[in-house]
Design a binder for this molecule. Sequence first.
Ligand SMILES: [Zn+2]
Length: 62
Amino acid sequence: MANDTDVVFHPGQIVPASGIYRCDTQCGHTFESTDVKGHRFPPLPHDCPGEGWVLQQAAAHR
Ligand SMILES: [Zn+2]
């Protein structure tokens, strides 16, 4: 699989695929999306210096 961690999704963007996302910094915030229909990325936590979310772990497909 290609490494997609360079792709940053900004808050408000449509979630393209279910999985676990983390903020683009090292502070450890995560966001898990299990149903992406019409979902958008949430704002980053107030204390987070990052600019967006990156895919950490894609959901397993059945
Ligand atoms: Zn963060």
